[in-house]
Design a protein around this ligand. Structure first.
Ligand SMILES: Nc1ncnc2c1ncn2[C@@H]1O[C@H](COP(=O)(O)OP(=O)(O)O)[C@@H](O)[C@H]1O
Ligand SMILES: [Mg+2]
Length: 222
């Protein structure tokens, strides 16, 4: 069974006159343990695809199976439960909460999962250690470089040990050194068994993936 399977999925914006097929009849499978890069021009449908894979959005037609389970018709509560248990997200713009320390940012999704305070702290510090930021646990985002902030965001994504990491242009705002740090961390996570799906414009990141999916005008070609 594939970890992720899309079957004839379409996503349409502006229903009516000026319909945009952000995804147009997309079928694909991603297996457990793969490192997949999604590439394509701006506006081609990459983020729409990742949002559906991450249960942040649902298809207008077709079916999406996550771990064999059809998720297209689940309600928001159930979707958020799945996201929280199975998926870690990393975005281009880090999305950290400015008033919280690195450690508190990493702890936040664990709090939503109902994990008790001591355990939360332990998991958060372990995750920060994994991305090389144990010493920065008490720093606020504005006391960290962009690359460090993105590593905190990765720690937040992995703290609850999700099976699947989804990243939307995670190196898009980073300098070369930070880009290399993030690439190394994603590669290591994949080697430790996580399934990684990453949208990227960067050649380096696309290169280390063991599979590339190209999307163009909402259509996918392998
Ligand atoms: N919320 C939305 N409302 C209307 N159109 C949207 C929305 N989100 C995306 N689109 C359109 O869908 C297409 C695909 O967008 P997107 O998935 O963000 O592309 P990419 O991530 O490859 O740049 C684009 O034409 C975009 O303008
Ligand atoms: Mg995008």
């Amino acid at each position: 069974m594939s970890l992720l399977r899309l079957q004839n999925v379409s996503k349409i914006y502006n229903q009516g006159e000026n319909r945009i097929f952000a995804l147009n009849d997309v079928s694909l499978k991603i297996e457990n343990g793969e490192f997949t890069a999604i590439v394509g021009k701006s506006g081609s449908g990459k983020s729409t695809l990742l949002n559906i894979l991450g249960c942040l959005d649902t298809p207008d037609s077709g079916e999406y199976f996550l771990s064999g389970r059809s998720v297209g018709r689940l309600g928001e509560n159930e979707l958020s439960r799945i996201r929280n248990r199975m998926i870690g997200f990393v975005f281009q713009s880090f999305n950290l909460i400015p008033s919280l320390s690195a450690c508190e940012n990493v702890e936040l999704p664990l709090k939503y999962r109902g994990i008790a305070k001591d355990e939360r702290k332990h998991l958060a510090l372990t995750a920060l250690d994994e991305v090389g930021l144990f010493e920065r646990a008490q720093h606020k985002p504005n006391q960290l470089s962009g690359g460090q902030q993105q590593r905190v965001a990765i720690a937040r994504a992995i703290a609850a040990q999700p099976q699947l990491i989804l990243a939307d242009e995670p190196t898009g705002n980073l300098d070369t050194k930070s880009e290399n740090d993030v690439i190394r961390i994603l590669k290591r996570l994949n080697e430790s068994g996580k399934t990684v799906v990453v949208i990227t414009h960067g050649k380096k990141l696309a290169k280390i993936a063991n599979r590339r999916i190209t999307i163009s005008d909402g259509k996918v070609s392998d």
